[in-house]
Design a protein around this ligand. Structure first.
Ligand code: SF4
Length: 266
């Protein structure tokens, strides 16, 4: 069964009333990974050594999912990668076939998105793709998200879904290059039909292992680039664009009210 989300409305609750996964682990190796922090460090569901290898939860793949009372997010604690594409496709069909609206979140591999667009075409109106695109600079991406696709592949995946008539959106959370975020938003807008969410890197001290001087420099850069003054500057430059949405980490800085209930995606 999917994980029912409770208030307060932050994180995935801003987007969905429930989250569904079909396994444990992720090969993308993001250094800020909230899922690894939760499932490895806190819940000890999987060892640190095993985390980079995805392991399928066969029960989750075969489950008969209910019709949730709002948008469901899939996946939430792993990604859709070539190694688990078949399992992810099965879960998506199981969710969609009973009428759910599904938010598909990924650092997209083009091959996976091509397959999903082709095979889920009949459910097109129930699907919202949200691709995590945290920077345009591939040097920054390969440092923070070493095994995830680069910018060109993520943007191409977004364009592919958009051109196939799917609703498309972007998550710029965490911002990895906030000096470039305004320009990146304008580069992505032509292939976004729904929204672009922007958020800070949260709980850096707790989730990011500072294991080198390079890492310390990068953490310092991220913190400097997401201080309140910089957040205000980004907010002023982007607030009039109808597609822009602010995560709770930014709402608290600029004085916007938090989401009133889970899953509004507003
Ligand atoms: S893609 Fe998501 S689940 Fe995978 S390592 Fe990155 S943050 Fe973690």
């Amino acid at each position: 069964m999917g994980e029912e989300l409770k208030k307060p409305v932050r994180g995935t609750a801003e987007w969905a009333v429930a989250t569904v996964d079909c396994g444990l682990g992720c090969p993308h190796g993001c250094r800020y990974c909230y899922a690894r922090a939760k499932q490895v460090d806190r819940l000890r569901l999987v060892s640190a050594a095993d985390w980079p290898t995805f392991r399928i939860d066969a029960g989750a793949v075969q489950r008969r999912y209910p019709l949730y009372p709002g948008q469901v997010m899939f996946p939430a604690h792993h990604d859709i990668v070539p190694e688990n594409l078949a399992a992810c496709r099965t879960v998506l069909i199981n969710l969609l076939a009973v009428g759910n609206r599904v938010l598909v979140v990924s650092k997209p591999h083009r091959h996976c998105i091509e397959a999903l667009c082709r095979e889920l075409q009949r459910f097109r109106r129930q699907i919202l793709f949200r691709f995590t695109i945290t920077a345009r600079d591939d040097g920054i991406l390969s440092f923070w998200e070493p095994q995830a696709p680069g910018y060109a592949e993520r943007r191409a995946s977004l364009a592919l879904a958009f051109n196939q008539g799917f609703a498309t959106s972007v998550s710029v959370e965490p911002m990895l290059d906030s000096d470039d975020v305004v320009a990146m938003v304008h580069d992505l807008l032509p292939v976004v039909s729904h929204s672009i969410w922007i958020g800070r890197m949260n709980r850096i001290g707790e989730r990011v292992l500072c294991d080198s001087t390079e890492m310390a420099r990068e953490i310092e850069r991220i913190e400097r680039q997401q201080d309140d003054a910089r957040i205000w500057e980004i907010y002023r430059q982007l607030r009039d664009l109808p597609a822009i949405r602010w995560k709770e980490s930014i709402k608290t800085v600029v004085g916007l009210a938090p989401a009133a209930e889970p899953g509004l995606d507003l």
